[in-house]
Design a protein around this ligand. Sequence first.
Ligand SMILES: [Zn+2]
Length: 306
Amino acid sequence: MYYILHQHYESVLRLVKIVNPEKLNDFYSIFSNKEFLKLRPQDRLDFIRKTLPVPDSKHFTLDNFKKVAQQTVEEMKKYDITHIDLRLSLHLDRWKSVNNLAHAKEIYDDALIGYDGKSISYIAAIDLTKSEQEIEKSLVALFDKKNIDSISGIDITLNEDDFDKFEKYYKTLLKIRSKFKKKIIIHLGEFTSDLINLKILKKLKPDRVAHGIALLESAEAIEFIKKNGICLDMCPISNEILGVVNWGLINPIKKALSLGISVTINTDDPITFNTNIKKEIEIANLNQEELNVVIENGIKFAGKIF
Ligand SMILES: [Zn+2]
């Protein structure tokens, strides 16, 4: 019955879970490491990225990619998840035998056979932290018919100092909605600050914002989000581990709900953060009425199912 609108597909870590599961436990021990806990949120994420275990290249086979997809679908069954908006990369470089996003979608769709009523829609990752050359390569792939027909939207990530790149590319990205009727999602108000959040919101008018925690600190942003019916896809455990917000002290989901803002609960990178939807709901600490609203929002704001 749960709808997850923000989940990274994490094919590399999912492969670790298949071929070297013990390496994951070693990796999770960094979350209690004193040096790690001293870092700011963005630096914690960078630290995590540098520490993530990577399997030997020989394991990146088509067969194992199918197992990765199967693992996601089995989690859907285990945790009563009806739908996921799954964020996939346009470049599956390590997986030489997976040709493109459309091919990856085919494999996930095959994994869903036999799981009646469950669905996944695919969100293409657009990473503005990359070089202009790499971003342009992603844009070419994005507008390739095979890829664009396979997705229900895009999800943009950027850091504070990528605003110039945002200015350069956002009009091209807006075509995804005007011309192709897809959703626009952006990671905002997790690491980014008021200096750029509102400017980006106004230019992009996203359908949904991943995280959006810091947006709740700005009256103008709150007003804009309400007026434009933007949904905030929150991920409590990711926030806790990265030190973005202490959910025991501040509860951004309750705050958003009390302001009349649409909000959903999500797992972000479930393998990286060793989480699942049950743990997320526990931390969110909602009453039944609030939880029902969150579930309804998931149904309402989910990507179109293909
Ligand atoms: Zn995310």
